[in-house]
Design a protein around this ligand. Structure first.
Ligand code: C2G
Length: 131
């Protein structure tokens, strides 16, 4: 089975490792779309702390990851699924229901997020400890 997942993976943390490890358990080939800096800016009005080249490099280096690419647009999921011939799309359950319209193309599975860790929170903690 070929698995595809997407994310920013900024300030890489254990929640990111957990979802990638659990995604890999559903198949034999894990493909990860790492969202571009421009996509992040358009969504959150700020650039990630780590640029897309470094985020791609980090994700590519992981044992469970077989293939990586830059996700240029949230609207292109169907094209990426077809291009990479994915059997299952896996996302964290903060995206619950958001990709159900892709169920004609592949299976869609939402996995529970790891509690109590997020990039936003890490940035806030670092900011407040500097001041
Ligand atoms: N995640 C998790 N547990 C956390 C934090 C994140 O399981 N504590 C999961 C998210 O649910 C997501 C993946 O890790 O499936 C990547 O999270 P983000 O980097 O926050 O990605 P996001 O900005 O949600 O993705 O097409 C989606 C876009 O690429 C954006």
């Amino acid at each position: 089975m070929r698995i595809i997942t997407f994310g920013t993976f900024d300030v890489f943390h254990v929640g990111h490792v957990n979802i990638l490890e659990r995604a890999k358990l559903h198949g034999s080939h894990l493909i990860v779309g790492v969202s571009s800096d421009a996509l992040n800016f358009s969504k959150k009005n700020r650039y990630p702390i780590y640029n897309e080249k470094d985020r791609l490099h980090i994700i590519r280096s992981l044992r469970d990851v077989d293939e990586v690419f830059i996700e240029e647009s949230l609207e292109l999921k169907a094209d990426y699924i077809k291009y990479f011939n994915a059997d299952i799309l896996i996302m964290g359950d903060d995206w619950q229901g958001k990709f159900d319209h892709l169920k004609g193309l592949c299976d869609v599975i939402y996995l529970p997020r790891t509690p109590s860790v997020s990039t936003t929170e890490i940035i806030e903690v670092v900011k407040s400890s500097i001041i």
